[in-house]
Unconditional design. Structure first.
Length: 111
């Protein structure tokens, strides 16, 4: 069963940066754009499993720090010519708080 879980405040995430959280499903990277949009996806590049949370955010994409694959933050899809997809996590921003739709269970920890 999926449920919405508050993971922190928008101000906890640097602009054009990310934070990671541990979930029962694996590590999730939560990104903040320059326009204060929030996106979340599992923290593994579809190419070689690089840590997307350590990549450079530009607009609505993140570049993997290992091999510079560019991943669309909204869809998790690699941009052409690369092919692959990282699983996204539904996210929303409510009154300055960031919420993720995650599997119900034990509490998440913030990284």
């Amino acid at each position: 069963m999926q449920t919405w879980i508050k993971i922190g405040l928008l101000s906890d995430i640097p602009r054009l940066g990310s934070r990671t959280i541990e979930t029962e499903q694996g590590q999730v990277a939560v990104f903040r754009t320059s326009d204060d949009e929030v996106f979340a996806m599992f923290n593994r590049c579809p190419h070689k499993g690089g840590p997307l949370s350590e990549g450079i955010v530009s607009g609505r994409v993140v570049a993997c720090p290992l091999h510079n694959w560019v991943i669309d933050l909204a869809t998790g899809e690699a941009t052409a010519p690369d092919k692959g997809c990282t699983r996204t996590v539904p996210s929303r921003l409510v009154d300055g708080a960031v919420w993720l739709e995650l599997k119900a269970g034990r509490q998440v920890s913030h990284g």
